[in-house]
Design a protein around this ligand. Structure first.
Ligand code: PDD
Length: 303
């Protein structure tokens, strides 16, 4: 054993892998893991503010739905998940920013079998992996200017409500957006705007906040649900409604939401200004409500 500084002392992230906490550089999985060979697994991304997980029960319920969707037994109880993720946050606290905000990533794959075979292996021992990384505060330049987005044809499969690690279409779409100098791709399927490559979609039309209804075509975002909840609680008009491409193009405001990006105003779509080309008034209201909610989570007054 070397006596070099390690783990938390060395500033190296600690991860959880199959029952153990260990430095990321020591965490290995076999090359036969089905997550690696087939993308046969699911994941979650959960923000934590001041060391407290935002909406953990909602994320664990979505994880359960994803596992059911790929017919994989949940290897851990909700209490065990909570204990592991809280310990991970605690151990990586030194790496987090001054507010101790972190983003937790967890992944469950169908595990590893000796022979590469598409069929489920007889005895399945899932691989369980989790990590936490610093979650930077939203970039003030985004609140000032918003982001550019492009619309792209939704090339993904038919079970987008499963949060599968099989993200190749999302990767290709996001890269296409990047190469067009845009920060997100808004995906269009059968004439409807569905969601972003890694975010949900909102528009504002006639003073009403609108987002597409849930279904297999999109991921049921935890941030999305929280935005709808905050709107209801604070008397902002909001509804779930299909967004035809034409309405997307004439929206007064467009936002995208996700656990890591929070609520982001889109101020340019396909090279054209959205509204007056600046973050809109309803985005400002909602983003303040979201900030207050995060503060409540930090104080332990909300989850
Ligand atoms: N992605 N839609 C897609 C396709 C996503 O990948 C995500 C999140 C969302 C927003 O969901 P939530 O509000 O629960 O984060 C919608 C995560 C952040 C990711 O893949 O890193």
């Amino acid at each position: 054993m070397s006596n070099e500084p390690r783990d938390e002392d060395a500033g190296e992230a600690i991860v959880y892998l199959n029952g153990r906490f260990l430095p990321v550089s020591e965490a290995c999985i076999p090359v036969t893991d089905r997550g690696f060979l087939f993308g046969d697994g699911v994941y979650e991304v959960i923000p934590a503010y001041g060391g407290r997980l935002l909406r953990l029960p909602h994320h664990l319920q979505r994880l359960q739905n994803s596992l059911d969707g790929i017919r994989l037994h949940n290897p851990l109880s909700s209490d065990r998940w909570r204990a592991i993720l809280e310990e991970l946050l605690q151990r990586n606290r030194a790496l987090a920013g001054p507010d101790n905000d972190q983003s937790v990533y967890l992944q469950v794959t169908r595990g590893s079998a000796a022979k590469r075979d598409h069929r489920f292996p007889e005895e399945v021992v899932p691989t369980v992996y989790a990590t936490s990384t610093p979650l930077p505060a939203p970039d003030p330049a985004i609140a000032e200017h918003g982001i550019r987005a492009v619309s792209l044809d939704d090339i993904r499969w038919r079970y987008c409500d499963i949060k599968a690690v099989t993200l190749l279409p999302n990767v290709l779409l996001r890269q296409q957006a990047t190469e067009r100098d845009a920060a997100e791709a808004i995906l269009i399927r059968d004439g409807l705007a569905i969601e972003g490559s890694a975010s949900n979609l909102f528009i504002v039309r006639d003073g009403i906040i609108e987002t597409p209804p849930k279904g297999p075509q999109m991921l049921p975002g935890i941030t999305r649900d929280l935005v709808l909840e905050l709107a209801a609680r604070h008397g902002l008009a909001a509804r779930e409604s299909d967004i035809p491409e034409a309405l997307l193009r004439t929206a007064a405001e467009i936002w995208i939401t996700s656990s890591t990006r929070e609520i982001v105003p889109v101020t340019e779509l396909d090279g054209k200004a959205v509204g007056d080309g600046r973050p809109g008034p309803l985005w400002k209201k909602m983003s303040a409500l979201y900030r207050d909610y995060k503060d409540a989570v930090r104080r332990g007054a909300a989850e």
